[in-house]
Structure formats: structure tokens, C-alpha cells
Design a protein around this ligand. Sequence first.
Ligand code: HEM
Length: 429
Amino acid sequence: MPASLRSTLYFSGTNALSMALRLIGDPIGKFYSSPDMVTFAKRTNKVSVQKSITGVLVSSNHQVCSEVLKSPNWLSRPFAERLYTGPTTYTPETIHPFLDSIIAIDGAEQRRIKKLMQPVFTPRVIDSWKETSLRIVNDLFSNVKEHGEFDFVASIANPLPLAVICEVIGVPKLYWEKCNIWGRTLAGIGLDLPKNNKELEELEATSLALTDLIGELLAIRRVKPEDDLISLLASAQTDGQKLSDKEIIASVAFTLIAGFETTMNLLSVGTLALLENPDQLALLARNQELIPNFIEEALRLSSPIQFVVRTADSPLVLADGTKAKAGQTVILNLAGANRDPAVFDKPDSFLIQRENAKKNVSFGFGAHHCIGSLLARVEAEVMWRELLRRFPDVESWKLTGTPKYRSGKLIKSLESLPMSFRVSQPSAF
Ligand code: HEM
């Protein structure tokens, strides 16, 4: 069957199924119809795990999400494989930024690749990224001063993590804007899945462009290594084994996307939360030692990755008594778990002194725990410290328009955040 006909049938089949599930009030129908995962959690949180008639389990419960993520028996690969080989023209020769990267590989293979990537993400190395982050933040803020009124996403929250991750990976500046555009497509269509043939074509062309670029950079770094992730992976070995080009290219491509689309959300939603809660902003400005805890609370509230999916490798029983068959899938609603009232008192309130804010599940747990969690925290700390230093008159921090969200389900991020600070003008006398 021609690929375009196969994908057309696929899309009409999934659209019809999601419509039917919505009509009968099935949890998966609610998943499709809820505007975001926090609303979805409120519609489905009566029991810790709900079961769809499709067999899929869903949970917004903190204990269940943590338990499944920590368990080696719940795998990432099977669902990713179903997802990306369903409608796409994926072949064994293709390099797929999700399917071929560590996020969709389990067990010993995943541990081998992650171990080789780890030297770029140790606390000591990440500490050296403080200086880089500060240099980039200063560059970006120098433009903000001139304007006074500006879009926080376009001016800071998007370019900062993009620049940092490109420098960590070793992507020359010439390609940063392209990576920004590709990241948007891959995080949007790629993670939420294409809804029609046009989106599918766009996704496949973008994946190819990104993996081609990383492939070219890999060839260059093999001849002339630099101090970056691509060069490290090009020469890295563990137990005498090297990574294949496919493993390097896919994992670097995935890291690029994972590194800025998520952090951008933390920075923008965290800043919006401060603007909407002036008492918390004033408290933070007076007590800057609260910044690390404020970052944890911003992570809890924003949940940059809203949900993840796992599949049981064998018949399993969860601590709450839920039974799963081998091959059964569970959607873990991280955004919901971060608002679980059994763990977080007043879960919808933004409280920078919340004692257990660190219990957020935003970076996941277990084998796939985010490799860039320290880097994201460093960028966030550097940015907010600098923001408070440059604009200490926090009463002047104001929203100047309505913040707009992007439509993504898996990554719910802000498209724009119009705001202003009062910048002290030099005296005329
Ligand atoms: C606020 C920022 C971030 C958030 C909320 C976040 C969240 C996550 C989550 C939830 C996972 C686990 C997904 C799963 O279990 O299926 C993950 C994995 C990952 N993240 Fe992040 N991330 C952030 C920043 C970063 C940064 C800056 C990098 C770049 C270095 C990065 C690279 C990765 C990679 C490579 C993985 C896959 C790890 C594996 O499969 O073992 N992330 N991230």
C-alpha cells in the first residue's frame, strides 16, 4: 500500500476513535478533549488509576507516577515504537530523533548511551555553565533595557536555553535560528503527533534536516574535536564499545530539543507566576536565598513535560492494587501528579516557600530521569538572579497584554509574555 494512503487511513482511524471515546466519556476521550493536563487530572482523579476501554491506563496520582517511573519493568520503547512507526515512513536506515535516542531505548542499551553522555552533565561541568549562562543573559538583557516593554518569551525565555544547549552540544551560531524553528516543529508536531499528511511531511522533513546537520557536525568534530557534547560522544567508549553514528546523532538531536523547549517553559511560566502573584515576587526580591525553592515551585506549577507514557514488560501489580497485563500502557500525567492534593497542600497556589516543592516530578525519575536537570536549574537561577539585580523595583514588573499559550499537549508552553519593568532612567541633571 502506498505510504500516503496508509497514513491517510491511519489519521482517519485515529480521529474517528478519539471522537467516539470523547462521546462515551472514556478517560482517553477526556485526554483528547481536555484543554490541558491539569484540567484532565481534575476530570479523572477520582481513583488513582483509571482504565480506558482501549485498555490504556491513566494516572495523575503522585505515588503511582513515581512508582512507575522508578520501576525498570515499565518501558519507554514499546509505545514510542507504536507511535512513530504507525503513520510515518520510518525505515531502519532513517535516524529518528525520538525513536533512536535514549528517551525511547530501555535497559542496558540505554544505560550504556547515558553513561557516555554523562561527563558533559556532571555538577562540576554544569557549574562552569553558570558563567556561560550569565554571559548570554547579559547579552539578552542589554536589548531589553532599551525597550522597557517587551515580549519575555522572544527576548529571554526562548533565546537563553537555545543558546546554552547549542553551546553545550557544539552547534555553531549560524544554525541557532534554524534549530529554534526545527525545535518548535519537533516539540509540537513531533511530540503531539501529526494529525494529517501535511504535518507528517513537515515532521519528517524537519527530522531529516536536524539529523543531517548533527551528522555533518559529527564528521567535522571527528577530524577537529572541540570541547562539546558531539566531540565527546564521537570519541567516547565504554567497555571497549563505541556509540554508533545513529545513536550519537539521534541522542544529540533529542538533547537539543529536550534542552530548550522545556527550559523555555520553566522560565516563562515561572516569570508569569511571579507577575500574577506580586506578594510572592516581593517576598522573593526581599529573600533571594529562596530562589532555589522558588525554582522547584515553578517546576511544579509549570510541568514543562506534561505527561510521559510507559508499557508493562510483564504482568505487574502496582502498590495501589492496580493490575497491568504485559504490554499494557499507562499515561502518567506529571502535571496532574504535581497538583496531587494528597501531596501538595493548596496545589493550585503558587507558594515559593512551599516546604515540599522539591517533591515535584517534573524531571521524571529512574532510568530516564532528565540528564539536563542541573543545567536547567543553573540557567533558571542565573536568569532570575540577574532579573532581580537589574530590576529591583519589583512593583514595576507588569503584564502589558494577555499571555498566549502554544497549542501543544505534551509540552504546554507560552508563545508570548508581554511585560514591562520600570527601568531607572539616568538623571537629566
Ligand atoms: C525545565 C527543564 C526540563 C524539564 C522539565 C525536563 C524534563 C524531562 C523529563 C520529564 C524527562 C524524562 C522523560 C521520560 O521519563 O520519559 C527528561 C529526559 C531527558 N531530558 Fe530533560 N527536561 C528539562 C531540561 C533538559 C535539558 C536542559 C536537557 C539538556 C541537556 C535535557 C535533556 C534530556 C534528555 C537527554 C533526556 C532523556 C534521558 C533518558 O532517557 O535517560 N532536559 N527531561
